[in-house]
Design a protein around this ligand. Sequence first.
Ligand code: ATP
Length: 140
Amino acid sequence: VQRSLVLVKPDGVRRGLSGEILRRIEAKGYTLVAVELREATQEILAAHYAEHEGKPFYAPLVEFMLSGPVLAVVIEGQRCIEGFRSLAGATDPTTAAPGTVRGDLGRDWGLAVQQNLVHGSDSEESAAREIGIWFPELTR
Ligand code: ATP
């Protein structure tokens, strides 16, 4: 059974969408293994977004992720990595399909970073890595 690391980003928490996003995850049939509202740190984000270091949106992305609390979530279920990415929709909320979190609830706010409400792991390798970053107690 797969696990995936999901984040409700600061825009989602600020807009009061945490419950709606958890509702969609549970309605899909995935299990919530861990749910924690917390402030990210530079250290956690440097590890989490290591692959984006050096890209033009990296600094604004980290600043955005530090702008308020995030809801860190571990979900579980068969093929939940692919399944959550399908629920989340495309990166750009303007064109993300209706029916998805980003397509239904997101839009372009004219900012340097796509504020797109959620993150979901994109592979088993990144899920294991990201769960280790956000919830080390789950991997011991
Ligand atoms: P997905 O893989 O579903 O597109 P993601 O969160 O994995 O979502 P990444 O490509 O890993 O997307 O980028 C991480 C985050 O950085 C995005 O979710 C978005 O917030 C921001 N981002 C990515 N590309 C851009 C860009 N070209 N301009 C501004 N922000 C971006």
